[in-house]
Design a binder for this molecule. Structure first.
Ligand SMILES: [Zn+2]
Ligand SMILES: [Zn+2]
Length: 241
C-alpha cells in the first residue's frame, strides 16, 4: 500500500476535549512526513466545543506551517432531523466538511433511520467525508451508505482512533470489513484519518493501514496517498497555496 501523506481529520484545543494547538498539530504532521493536514473541529452539539463564530476568521491562519499545508474543515454532527449541526453561513468559510454521528447529540433510531439521516447530510455540497461509520451504538446499512457515497461524491473514513478504542466502538472491525468490501465492489473512495485529539496522534494510521491491507483495497481508491487526488476530490485547485 502506498504511504499516506495527508490527514484531514483532527481536533485542537478549541474542540474542548483535545489538547494541541494548530501549530503543534502542524509540527507533528511535519515530523510524521505528512504534506497536508486538515483541522476539523467539532461543530455545535459536542460539549465544550468552539462557537461557530470561530470559523469566520480562519483566513488569518497561514496556509502553510512548518512546510505542511493546512486546510480547514469541520466535523459536523448528523442530527436526528437529518440535518447538519452547523449553519450554512459558517459552512461557507470551510474548505470541506465531514459529517459524522456522535451519541452526544444523536439518539439511535435503528439501522435504517440512522442511515437515512446520514445520507440526508452527505447530500450537502461541502460534505466530502463521513467520519467513523463504524459503531453499532448507531448501526448503519452499509449497502445503502456506500451506494449513497458514490452518488453524492463522498469518501468513507477508516478512523484509526476507532480501531485503537475498539472496546468503545462495538463491532467496528467487522463493520469496516463490510464497508471496505462494498467500497471495492462499488469503487467508492476511502479516506484514512487519525482523528487526533493530541499532537502525538497526528498521522497515526497503523491499525487502519493493516485493515486496508487485509481488505485488498486498491491504492487508487484511497484518497490520502496523493495530494493531487485528494484536492481534486474536494474541488480544491492543485497548488492553490
Ligand atoms: Zn467524531
Ligand atoms: Zn473527530
Amino acid at each position: 500500500m502506498k504511504k499516506l501523506i495527508a490527514d484531514i481529520h483532527m481536533h485542537t484545543l478549541v474542540s474542548g476535549h483535545a489538547y494541541g494547538t494548530i501549530r503543534e498539530m502542524a509540527a507533528a504532521a511535519r515530523a510524521q512526513g505528512l504534506q497536508l493536514i486538515g483541522i476539523s473541529e467539532h461543530a455545535p452539539g459536542i460539549p465544550g466545543t468552539v462557537e461557530p463564530f470561530y470559523y469566520l476568521n480562519l483566513q488569518v491562519i497561514p496556509k502553510c506551517l512548518y512546510g505542511t499545508e493546512i486546510l480547514h474543515g469541520c466535523e459536523i454532527n448528523v442530527l436526528n432531523t437529518g440535518k447538519l449541526s452547523l449553519e450554512q453561513k459558517y459552512i461557507d468559510y470551510l474548505d470541506y466538511a465531514i459529517a459524522g454521528i456522535h451519541t452526544q447529540c444523536y439518539q439511535d433510531e435503528g439501522r435504517e433511520k440512522n442511515t437515512t439521516n446520514l445520507i440526508a447530510c452527505i447530500k450537502h455540497k461541502k460534505v466530502f467525508f463521513v467520519s467513523h461509520p463504524d459503531d453499532d451504538h448507531t448501526p448503519l446499512d452499509y449497502e445503502r451508505l456506500v451506494q449513497a457515497a458514490k452518488q453524492y461524491h463522498v469518501a468513507l473514513e477508516v478512523n484509526n482512533s476507532s480501531l485503537v478504542k475498539k472496546e468503545q466502538r462495538p463491532n467496528c472491525y467487522h463493520n469496516y470489513r463490510t464497508m471496505l468490501a462494498l467500497c471495492r465492489q462499488y469503487q467508492v473512495p476511502v479516506i484514512v484519518s487519525s482523528d487526533a485529539h493530541d499532537p502525538s496522534w497526528v498521522g497515526r494510521f497503523d491499525l487502519a493501514y493493516d485493515l486496508l491491507e487485509e481488505s485488498g483495497i486498491e491504492d487508487a481508491l484511497i484518497l490520502n496517498n496523493s495530494i493531487e487526488k485528494l484536492k481534486q476530490f474536494m474541488g480544491i485547485p492543485a497548488g492553490s497555496l
